[in-house]
Design a protein around this ligand. Structure first.
Ligand SMILES: NC(=O)c1ccc[n+]([C@@H]2O[C@H](COP(=O)([O-])OP(=O)(O)OC[C@H]3O[C@@H](n4cnc5c(N)ncnc54)[C@H](O)[C@@H]3O)[C@@H](O)[C@H]2O)c1
Length: 352
């Protein structure tokens, strides 16, 4: 088991990779804890969940809203929760985001912890202290930065995840390796098959490496002013693709990483060989790298989704495997790249 600590102004936040869900009671105060989970996780893991008052929420992005938060407040009031109550969220990214937001705001803030039960939550959503809910259909419009006291990442609970949920997490794992860690990337290339099969030792190493990378970036840039932008690698095109095609997040981010590699190559930053390594790895992990989309529609979706600075956009590129760089690209140039990219492959470039 590995422990990764994140220093925060409110004290350390500990991420335990390889710990078991069944050992959660060891991390909780002896009294006055309440758990928040969703119906699916409650059903699947009933025998190992601790014996605590439980607030169950629904599933899917549409329940990640202020109505759910108000319902949690009401249940907390009914349970006579006070400022020393400890909230523990057990579930995927939605449960973590919702629990974190409720904990940060109920009675001006109560402590919280998470058991992250999806691969995406283990490598991404539970790390970094961002919480939030959607408002009027816009993602994460209301939220606060709030670090949990602990996060437990149990590799065994991943066995019950459907394939698309594994892909969502796997895309973020590739992203972490690509932006920051050439050795992790090489390990992934070596053990892609084992990663896909959720070999516990391989997953534990990949989750640990991912958490270390994200934690290191967050430690230096908790409020997302500069360095943290690198975590958006693949997400500029990824979010746009997710929105216009309806593909799952991981698949869209995977295509977004292939698109960013294309642009990095066009700009002379990434070699053909390294770009091909990225595409090959994504494919070996069963992640898509191409999609047939109309280039101008894709470009419009990109600039609608991302914060622009006048007629430029900050874009995360690679200077090599394991080395991300943020470059301000003129929108006119980005439009040209998008058209070239689509023309090169009849869709987004696929050149392995
Ligand atoms: N706060 C952040 O920094 C951050 C970062 C990335 C993503 N997010 C957010 O995370 C959310 C997505 O998270 P997610 O991908 O974990 O989705 P999710 O929370 O919706 O979970 C996916 C599905 O898997 C089920 N599930 C959870 N654990 C399971 C298990 N062990 N076995 C079987 N089924 C299980 C859930 O019931 C749910 O239906 C989005 O709302 C996104 O905005 C937040």
């Amino acid at each position: 088991m590995k422990n990764i600590a994140i220093d925060t102004p409110a004290g350390p936040s500990h991420i335990w990779v390889g710990e078991r869900l069944s050992r959660l009671p060891h991390y909780l105060p002896s009294e006055n804890a309440i758990m928040v989970t969703d119906h699916r996780v409650a059903e699947l893991y009933a025998p190992v969940l601790p014996c605590l008052p439980c607030i169950r929420i629904g599933r899917g992005e549409t329940i990640k809203n202020l109505e759910t938060i108000e319902r949690i407040y009401r249940e907390l009031i009914a349970l006579e929760a006070n400022r020393s109550t400890f909230l523990v969220g057990i579930g995927g990214g939605i449960v973590c985001d919702v629990t974190g937001f409720a904990a940060a705001t109920y009675m001006r803030g109560v402590p919280c912890g998470y058991v992250a039960t999806t691969l995406l939550a283990q490598v991404d959503a539970s790390v970094g202290g961002k919480t939030g809910v959607n408002v009027a259909g816009y993602k994460n419009m209301a939220g606060v930065f709030r670090q949990p006291r602990f996060v437990i990442c149990d590799p065994m609970v991943l066995k019950t995840l459907p394939a698309s949920e594994i892909s969502n997490g796997m895309a973020e794992i590739v992203k972490h390796a690509a932006i920051q860690d050439a050795r992790m990337f090489a390990f992934l290339e070596d053990r892609a098959q084992d990663a896909r099969r959720l070999n516990p030792a391989v997953i534990e190493r990949l989750v640990t490496d991912s958490v270390v990378i994200k934690a290191r970036i967050v430690n230096q840039d908790e409020k997302e002013s500069g360095l943290r932008r690198k975590l958006n690698f693949g997400h500029t095109f990824g979010h746009a693709i997710e929105k216009i095609s309806g593909l799952p997040h991981g698949a869209a981010v995977s295509i977004g990483m292939a698109a960013a590699a294309f642009i990095a190559r066009e700009k002379g930053r990434l070699s053909q060989k390294e770009s091909a390594r990225l595409i090959r790895l994504l494919k070996r992990l069963d992640l898509p790298t191409t999609i047939a989309l109309e280039p101008d529609a894709l470009f419009d979706a990109v600039i609608k989704d991302k914060k622009r600075e006048h007629d430029r956009l900050n874009f995360v590129l690679l200077d090599g495997i394991g080395k991300a760089v943020v470059e301000s690209i003129a929108l006119a140039e980005l439009r040209r790249f998008t058209r070239r990219m689509v023309a090169a492959g009849g869709s987004l470039a696929d050149e392995t």
